[in-house]
Write a protein that binds this ligand. Structure first.
Ligand SMILES: C[S@@+](CC[C@H](N)C(=O)[O-])C[C@H]1O[C@@H](n2cnc3c(N)ncnc32)[C@H](O)[C@@H]1O
Length: 327
């Protein structure tokens, strides 16, 4: 759920203060508190991996543009996918390259990716667990390591979530969710200028529906987690965790990539951006329907688009320009 007005932002700030004052917060990591608990981190929405490709869906068209982008930039050889989640882009790139190795900080994610590879019959993708350098307290160390394993002339292609996307209303976000017997309350506190996010996660021993009833009894609903609601929920808290993630802007990524020794780093247009525009520009009757035909149409165009440099600024509604760096 998004935050639509100042009052909701203030309510969440008050909730954070209450949590910090009344609960013993445990320092955690996103791998441990988030990714290790998700059966799917994409809500089983990834096309091809979980749902059949449908060329009439704009997001599926965009997805093919992004996959082809990664394949074009990385070349046909061996690819390392850092943080594959449910197997994206690894499993979709695999048919276009010699081999993909996905490296993830969450054991659960490695298990899910491996199971997805097996289910889809993808034989040239494997997944490896690395202890998370948490997303990540030492970005330079992580980038240095990625730089080290690149072969000379090898390319790093990345996309990332920069925080300008959330400015003007989503600086703080609070939601309640859960699966069956237990539930949780999650707060994102996005420090947009400072480029990091504080996360707070409370786990309850009661289902989401019962948590909703606690809110209702106090006459409010999320994100208005008032001190009264939090007080009522307190006996049900089985865990209170916090962690911080860093989210550099494009400019900072470019600087860090150059600092760790990559010979060039630049922001470019990306295949997903282009595919969306192509989807919008083509009359429905002229859009190919089969996945292979969509790829065939997109590939030569994406090959050009990914070479087009663009300013290192996120456009409204996007996370940030994709980046190419070369060793
Ligand atoms: C937001 S998900 C993205 C998943 C997928 N690439 C996608 O786009 O759908 C981030 C993934 O990176 C992993 N991750 C985060 N920080 C990491 C780190 N420092 N080292 C290794 N993996 C990390 C998480 O476990 C998770 O699977």
């Amino acid at each position: 759920m998004g935050i639509s007005d100042q009052n909701e932002g203030d309510a969440i700030r008050n909730a954070i203060e209450w949590i910090r004052e009344h609960l013993e917060l445990r320092e955690s990591t996103s791998a441990e508190s988030l990714y290790d608990h998700m059966a799917s981190q994409s809500f089983e929405q990834l096309c091809v991996i979980y749902v059949p490709f449908d060329a009439s869906i704009r997001g599926h068209f965009k997805d093919r543009g992004q996959i082809i982008d990664y394949a074009v930039l990385c070349g046909p050889g061996r690819v390392l996918d850092f943080g594959p989640g449910d197997g994206w882009p690894s499993l979709l790139m695999a048919p276009m390259v010699e081999e993909v190795v996905g490296v993830d900080g969450s054991i659960r994610r490695v298990e899910v990716c491996s199971a997805n590879a097996k289910r889809l019959g993808v034989g040239n993708a494997s997944f490896v667990h690395v202890p998370p350098v948490e997303q990540t307290p030492d970005l330079s160390a992580t980038l240095s390591e990625l730089c080290r394993v690149l072969k000379p002339g090898g390319r790093l292609r990345m996309h990332y979530e920069s925080l300008s996307y959330y400015a003007g209303g989503q600086e703080r976000e609070l939601s309640v969710g859960g699966e069956e017997a237990t539930s949780d309350l999650m707060i994102y506190h996005r420090h947009i200028e400072q480029e990091y996010v504080d996360h707070y996660l409370l786990t309850f021993d009661i289902p989401e529906k019962t948590v909703g009833e606690v809110f209702a009894r106090r006459g409010v609903e999320p994100p208005n987690a008032t001190p009264e609601v939090l007080g009522d929920l307190r006996p049900h808290v089985t865990d209170a965790a916090t962690w911080t993630t860093q989210h550099p802007s494009c400019r900072l990524w470019l600087r860090m990539l150059r600092e760790v020794g990559l010979s060039s780093a630049q922001a470019t247009y990306d295949g997903g951006w282009f595919a969306e525009r192509l989807f919008d520009g083509l009359p429905e009757g002229q859009r190919p329907r089969q996945i292979d035909a969509v790829d065939e149409m997109l590939r030569p165009l994406v090959e050009v688009v990914v070479m087009m440099e663009r300013p290192p600024l996120a456009a409204p509604g996007e996370w940030g320009p994709w980046i190419t760096a070369v060793k």
